[in-house]
Structure formats: C-alpha cells, structure tokens
Design a protein around this ligand. Sequence first.
Ligand code: SF4
Ligand code: SF4
Length: 243
Amino acid sequence: MTEDKQKDQDTEKDEEQKINNSENETTEEEAKREESKAKFTFKCTRCDKCCLERGPIPITISDLELWARNGVIANFLPYLDIYNKPDGGMDLILKPLAPAKEGEEAQPGSLKEVPIKELLQEKCPLYNKEQKKCLVYENRPLSCRTYPLEFDGKNFSVVDVDCPGVGEEGMTKEELKEMRDTAKRMYYELTRIRIALPVLNQIITGNFMRTLMQQQMEVMSSLSEEDKEKLDEILKKGQETNE
Ligand code: SF4
Ligand code: SF4
C-alpha cells in the first residue's frame, strides 16, 4: 500500500470516529433531555393550597369562550379585573378576594381599592373554604388546569415547587403529555390575550370617556342660567380650596 493511500484511510477512520462520537453525544443529550422530562412527575393531591393562596389568576380568551358556551359567564363577571403589571403589560385576571374585615364577609373589590401587592397570596374568589371545593371546577380557567406546570415558549418549568403534587408518582405518559400540551396552550392563549387586551381596553375606555363627555354636555346645556352661575361659584370655591 502506498503512503498516500494509507493516509487517506487513516483520515477516513478519523472522520468516522468523529461522526460516531458526535452521534453518541447527541444520543446522550437526547437521553438527558428525556431524563429531565421524565423527572417531572405530578399527581394533584387536591390539597387546594393553590386555590387558597394563588393570588391573581390570568384569564384567557379560551376561558371566556368556554364560559360563554356553557352559559356561566355571569358567575365570573364580578371577579374579573384588568391588572396593569409593573412591567407595563396588562392581564385579564380573576382577582383574589381582599381579606375580610372583622365581622364582615370578604367581597370582590376593585384593584384600585386594594393594591395588588396585598392580594398576591389571597384566596381565589371561587374557592369555598367551608365546603373545601372549587365552585366552578368544570369551568375552571386554563391556568388552573395546567398548574403548577408552565411553558414559556421554549422550556417547561414548575412555578410552585412547594405544590405537594410535584414529585408524586403514578403519572402516566398520556397524563404527562396532556399536561404539557395544556401548558403550551396556556402560553399560546396568554400571548393572544396580551396582544388583544391593550387594544380592547383603549377602545372601551375611549367609548366610555366619549359617552361620559356627551352626557356632561347634555346636562350642562339643560341647566338654567341661574343654575349655571351656582355651578360656577361651586367650581371657583373648589379651585380656591385646592390652591
Ligand atoms: S395543584 Fe398542587 S397545590 Fe394545587 S391542589 Fe393540586 S397538589 Fe395542591
Ligand atoms: S378557579 Fe377553582 S381551581 Fe382555579 S384557583 Fe379558583 S378555586 Fe382553584
């Protein structure tokens, strides 16, 4: 065998070895990925901890569609609010009940009345403490169906490592797949409503302001000259007090 031929054969062997090594690495990486996927095991123990201290629950368009289809949307309306988040984003949420004052029952209030930071660990308004159950279980939001698993467009993560269901054995492959699919769907739905909500909010607020101004102009034009003078005096006094 000539020297050149021997060299060619050696180079071929090296290439083959490199390919084998890289295939092995890929298989190892895949195995690791599979292993880390398999590490997530979950079985809800129905301890209801998440309903008792969950804070605001994000609502999606698919939740609204489900409630409209099932004719139960009115049950949710008193608890829906818009949350202007510190990062400038906006979420439609199921707002937690503000803690009840002594001798009073907890009532849904506006986020303007109770700052959100005081509600971050409060109970979901649809959880009944006495009966220890979710009052809307069949219609519970998507976010409750995927809890505590979240998907951020790339990776899955567990948002509540203290959830007693995390690590519980007995989850089937099908259940894992379903939970992962729901987490992905939640991510998609959340993105969808986060795009739509600021636009809808502006349209609704704009319409509301226009109606309000129109009503004020109508009231003003129906006032007598005497009433207008009285109103001017009241406004002037108010201005002086503010100064
Ligand atoms: S998701 Fe977790 S915290 Fe919520 S009820 Fe199930 S086990 Fe409890
Ligand atoms: S809607 Fe039901 S499942 Fe979801 S947090 Fe409220 S009580 Fe729990």
